[in-house]
Ligand binder design. Structure first.
Ligand SMILES: NC(=O)C1=CN([C@@H]2O[C@H](COP(=O)(O)OP(=O)(O)OC[C@H]3O[C@@H](n4cnc5c(N)ncnc54)[C@H](O)[C@@H]3O)[C@@H](O)[C@H]2O)C=CC1
Ligand SMILES: NCC(=O)COP(=O)(O)O
Length: 339
């Protein structure tokens, strides 16, 4: 039996950043074409500029719907133009209200098509969160926007590389607010979603490490009591539910053991606790996956890189990895077969 390759929506991200360039490189990558049919949600002008800049040699064909994209034959990559940006809205590193609105619209449309099942998943290029907010769309990032669009109360940001997966209990919040945002319920919820979705897509019964918040797990309460009051009870509840969770574990040593293969995922209490080790190991090729949504969504692990935009020097490895992972997850969901 031959199965059609999954249709994966690629959102162009910030028109003034590296998004269009890494998309142009990604769709030209044979390893991407081998596993999926990409369809780009973006802007003709921004993509044409990026395509000639990187010289990857893959043509784009403007289409007006996902149906038309799906039935396109030949080597051109379908592009659904949702905006027609003026040059001023594509000036490198200078997002405007129009470009802030554009990045939002690409995400909304791709998510809508994921929900209807017309596309199998989406992989997103980076946005500038401040520009999206300035355009009137008040979300900390894709994750929270997609949670709202899909009606999901429970979701987790996970970043995954070959050697390490980190999942975050709190995401884009001020460090000073982290302790008050932690609760037994929130930690259990994160562990539960990681267990279910890492189990569903990546390995059958994940071994989950749960980090402490404070140095030395709080040193018996001398350096904080979140371990005793919140994290240890949460781990206990998760274990009672049959989840292979261990913790609280000291963050300074745990990553050494996680990358030796002792754990399949590490639950971290805040953004930089997980993303610093992840990017140290996997800056080039990690993928951001939103767990808990009814749709498949992956993304790059980096930002808009204004210092590189327009130079053609940005690496597309994380975007390529994100598209390939979305495709593999779609095949797993649609057929139960791991690829
Ligand atoms: N998935 C998303 O939409 C994300 C968006 N952002 C946004 O990106 C903007 C800039 O954030 P920063 O913290 O400066 O992070 P950044 O990742 O854009 O840049 C940090 C450094 O990494 C380099 N870099 C980033 N991507 C690269 C690539 N593909 N190839 C080679 N070098 C690369 C940059 O040149 C820069 O030196 C912010 O507005 C932030 O909100 C940040 C992370 C993820
Ligand atoms: N640091 C990761 C990041 O900013 C990604 O956020 P999101 O836009 O995927 O929610």
């Amino acid at each position: 039996m031959t199965m059609e390759k999954p249709l994966i929506a690629l959102t162009m991200g910030d028109p003034t950043g590296i998004g269009p360039e890494i998309i142009a490189q990604t769709v030209a990558e044979p390893a991407v074409a081998a596993v999926c049919r990409p369809v780009v949600f973006g802007d003709n002008g921004a993509i044409a500029r990026a395509n000639s800049l990187v010289g990857a040699g893959r043509e784009f064909a403007t289409v007006s719907s996902v149906n038309e994209a799906a039935s396109l034959t030949g080597p051109a990559v379908p592009l659904i133009p949702l905006t027609t940006l003026a040059d001023v809205d594509m000036a490198y590193g200078q997002p405007t209200a129009a470009s802030g609105d554009a990045m939002y619209r690409y995400i909304v449309e791709a998510a809508r098509h994921c929900l209807t099942g017309e596309v199998d998943g989406m992989a997103t290029a980076p946005i500038n969160k401040e520009a999206m907010n300035r355009a009137g769309h008040s979300y900390p990032g894709h994750t929270e926007l997609l949670a709202e669009l899909t009606g999901s109360d429970e979701y987790v940001m996970m970043l995954a590389g070959e050697r390490l997966r980190v999942a975050l209990v709190t995401i884009h919040v001020s460090l000073r607010d982290v302790p008050s945002l932690l609760s037994i319920e929130k930690v259990v919820q994160t562990i539960r979603i990681v267990n279910r979705d890492v189990g569903r897509y990546f390995c059958c019964r994940p071994r989950i490490a749960v980090l402490a918040l404070n140095p030395h797990c709080g040193e018996g309460g001398m350096f904080g009591d979140e371990e005793e009051k919140i994290i240890a009870p949460a781990v206990k509840l998760a274990r009672l539910a049959g989840i292979e969770a261990t913790g609280p574990l000291s963050a300074d040593t745990l990553f050494h053991f996680a990358v030796q293969g002792e754990y399949d995922a590490v639950v971290c209490m805040y953004h930089d606790q997980g993303l610093i080790p992840l990017k140290l190991l996997h800056f080039d090729d990690a993928v951001n996956v939103t767990l808990g949504l009814p749709i498949i969504r992956t993304s790059v692990d980096h930002g808009t890189a204004y210092d590189l935009a327009g130079t053609g020097r940005a690496s597309a490895k994380s975007m390529i990895a994100a598209v390939r992972m979305a495709a593999a997850m779609a095949v797993m969901r649609n057929t139960g077969v791991a690829v």
